[in-house]
Design a protein around this ligand. Structure first.
Ligand code: ADP
Length: 730
């Protein structure tokens, strides 16, 4: 009944590819659209646009919404193509009909387009109901009378992007959740919490941790009912065959390659496990071994249900493998932290023991020292004929050194008290400026004798400061004693001035300076800078550590600024205590601990023994009083008492020249070549090894016998490699 003058039915389909061919050949008369020659112009126009377009487009036409689509759209119905062509929408999409029917109705009734982004449409197109996401529009196609005759559908599937973003989030949540987990058990717990939020990809999970004896123990799980979780074995031997999740087999897989199990992997639960949030049951599980970084055997096993609504493709299996890797990394980190903590605790324990040891030993030393000092003082002070001058001189040396030992022991004791938290400060309101100026003045004569300019600026402060005076003395004396020791020329300055919120004490010198790399360690106990050229090598490396602790006890801070060869500045800040302002008149106590510091400082000066009351020994030659040939010994030692003592021992037998350092020794040897050189190793200016090298390098002295003396344990190591050398421990 077709009109012979009418156009051929598909003249509007120019080209159009595979779908155009199908449309031409299709028997439309049995569909809701009817034979093509009756199709209205609006359908023809829409179809021509659809088929000419490279973008996925479909048209739903008529009351039944019969489907026509182009090549680009055909992958969307997947296995339903080409069957879907010409079928009503409700027949093509029964599984998503409740999602899309209201949208069709809305467009038909309003005549306005609708648009959706990343809309979940669980299609059944490849044999299972699949999680699919789309960006799409439904727009009306009006017929000649202005009614909505059809719906134009442009659609892009966004499933891949939505899933990729979701899986990236899963890995991020896992990493963030397990980051601070301190133990493997805490890691398992945190991981399960993170997985609980991602049941779309991981409907359920189980985590087994392998213990020291090789047993795998269930540590955490997610997504399972209590009943299902209760049926999971609590522990098993993963090396044995027949574990429910086939650990042995999973362990033989390459890293990142999970073992995929079907129903046999789910039998253990005794019930269907829902592929939450979907109603379908999980049908597959994947088992990953968690490798132990740098260790033998696995760290654990990770079991994950496979979502019944996702294709088990490379992206999905890769994401689960990454999650397993994330758990393994977190386990490794937690184990490393735990080991680190254990080590730190052990070190702290050793440190406490060391402190206790110092404390006890120092204490024990004080009694015999005090008993030595008493009688020695008596001998030194006795002015009658019972005591020979020579004995008194010896006793003076012994007394001075016993005092020094007492100071060292006291410092150690102070320090260990501080470390053990037993130091008690007795704060009293004090005129800090006057007190500090008085303490500093104790060093004036030593500074002047050393040829150093010494400036003290302590202008009066508005308020009294609450300080522990004994501690403040130790702070000032230690800093001054160091400045004196390490400054051979120039100036030492002490400044106390008010600053915002308190006062600041600065002890500045123009001495050696401290290398930048040593500065951060300066306040560590027993730390000493190597290769320093001070007035003396004596020192225990505890002074600044003690000063630092004492300053902290006052709520203050200690810092250093120093440039090598230009000098050092030590800065103590002391906060004003709020109660200090209103307290009674500040006292001006007399300095009490100055003597040991100042006496020691004098002993570092050349010709120091005059001050100390014994005979000068600088470059003194004395004729041998004993029998035998005139044998000449040159003695070099920076410690005045040690030098004096050895010279005294040798003098009856040999002619002795005593000098305080290597440079003076070289000078003396150039003047009169001795038969033997006896030299200390650690000396300022030029040390014993430097002296030895200088002598060996000069043909005139190359064969001169040299004996190096050492009082320090550990000195052997430094001397190793120097041939033909005698090292005598004294
Ligand atoms: P000690 O003086 O007994 O060795 P300290 O703790 O007082 O111990 O000092 C530690 C080290 O810091 C010293 O050995 C020295 O190397 C360095 N030092 C301290 N004060 C100064 C200073 N004013 N100038 C240069 N170096 C210094």
């Amino acid at each position: 009944m077709s009109d012979p003058d009418a156009e051929p039915p598909f003249s509007f389909l120019v080209g159009g590819g595979e779908m155009a061919r199908r449309i031409r050949e299709f028997d439309w008369s049995r569909t809701a659209l009817g034979p093509p020659d009756g199709w209205p112009q609006s359908l023809r126009s829409a179809l021509s646009i659809c088929l000419g377009c490279g973008f996925p487009i479909a048209i739903y036409w008529g009351r039944d919404l019969a489907l026509v689509y182009n090549d680009a759209w055909s992958p969307i119905p997947a296995a339903k193509h080409p069957w879907a062509l010409g079928h009503p929408a409700h027949e093509v999409w029964p599984e998503i009909w409740e999602d899309i029917a209201p949208l069709f109705a809305q467009v038909q009734s309003t005549g306005e387009a609708v648009r959706r982004s990343d809309q979940l449409l669980p299609m059944h197109r490849r044999g299972f109901t699949e999680e699919c996401y789309f960006d799409f529009t439904f727009s009306p196609i009006h017929d000649e009378s202005g009614h909505v005759a059809g719906i134009f559908n442009a659609a892009i599937e966004t499933t891949a992007r939505v899933l990729a973003e979701r899986r990236a989030r899963l890995l991020r949540d896992l990493a963030a959740g397990t980051l601070d987990a301190p133990t493997p058990a805490a890691v398992a717990h945190a991981a399960a919490l993170a997985f609980e939020e991602h049941r779309n990809d991981l409907p359920f999970t189980l985590l087994y941790l392998v213990e020291a004896d090789g047993t795998a123990r269930l540590a955490a799980g997610s997504g399972l009912s209590d009943a299902a979780f209760a049926r999971v074995p609590q522990s098993c031997d993963p090396r044995g065959a027949g574990t429910p999740f086939r650990f042995l087999e999973a362990g033989q897989r390459a890293e990142g390659e999970g073992l995929l199990l079907g129903k046999e992997g789910l039998a253990v639960f005794g019930e269907a496990v829902a592929g939450s949030p979907w109603p379908h049951a999980v049908e597959r599980v994947v088992v990953h071994v968690l490798p132990r970084a740098g260790g033998e055997g696995p760290a654990g096993f990770f079991i994950a249900g496979v979502s019944p609504r996702l294709a088990w493709d490379e992206e999905y299996s890769g994401a689960v493998a990454q999650a397993a890797r994330g758990v393994a990394t977190a386990l490794h980190r937690a184990r490393a932290h735990a080991a680190e903590r254990e080590r730190a605790e052990k070190l702290a324990e050793i440190d406490r023991a060391k402190t206790a040891f110092f404390s006890n030993v120092s204490h024990e030393f004080r009694t015999p020292l005090t008993l030595l000092l008493g009688p020695l003082e008596e001998i030194v002070n006795t002015r009658n004929g019972h005591i020979f001058d020579e004995s008194r001189e010896l006793a003076t040396v012994a007394h001075r050194n016993a005092l020094r030992l007492l100071r060292l022991v006291n410092t150690l004791l102070d320090f260990s008290r501080m470390e053990a938290g037993r130091a008690r400060a007795h704060f009293a309101p004090t005129d800090l400026a006057a007190f500090t100026a008085e303490l500093a003045s104790s060093f004036r004569s030593a500074m002047e004798k050393a040829g150093l300019r010494f400036t003290v600026e302590c202008p009066p402060l508005a308020n009294a400061f609450h300080i522990d005076r004994e501690m403040w003395e130790k702070i000032v004396f230690n800093l001054l004693s160091n400045a004196f020791k390490f400054t051979l020329r120039g100036e030492v300055g002490v400044i106390l001035r008010p600053v915002e919120g308190g006062a600041e004490l600065t002890v500045r010198d123009t001495g050696q300076g401290i290398p930048a790399e040593a500065q951060p360690h300066l306040f560590e106990r027993f730390y000493r800078v190597q290769g320093m050229q001070g007035r003396s090598h004596e020192g225990s490396g505890i002074g600044l550590a003690l000063v630092n602790e004492l300053v902290k006890l006052h709520g203050g801070t200690l810092r250093v600024e120093s440039v090598p060869d230009q000098g050092s500045t030590f800065i103590v800040t002391l906060p004003a205590r709020p109660d200090a302002a209103g307290s009674g008149p500040a006292e001006r106590p007399a300095a009490s601990q100055a003597a040991p510091f100042v006496t020691e400082a004098f002993r570092w000066l050349p010709g120091s023994d005059e001050m100390a009351g014994s005979a000068p020994v600088e470059a003194i030659s004395s004729p041998s009083t004993g029998p035998g040939p005139q044998f000449h010994v040159l003695l070099a030692d920076d410690n005045a008492d040690m030098r004096d003592y050895i010279a005294r021992l040798l003098r009856p037998h040999f002619e002795v020249t005593a000098v305080p350092d290597g440079e003076s020794a070289l000078e003396a040897i150039r003047g009169a070549k001795p038969d033997l050189v006896l030299s200390d190793i650690m000396m300022p200016r030029l040390d014993g090894l430097g002296l030895l090298h200088a002598l060996r390098g000069d043909p005139a002295t190359a064969t001169l016998p040299v004996i190096l003396l050492s009082a320090r344990a550990g000195e052997e190591a430094r001397v190793e490699g120097v041939e033909h050398l005698s090292l005598i421990h004294i």
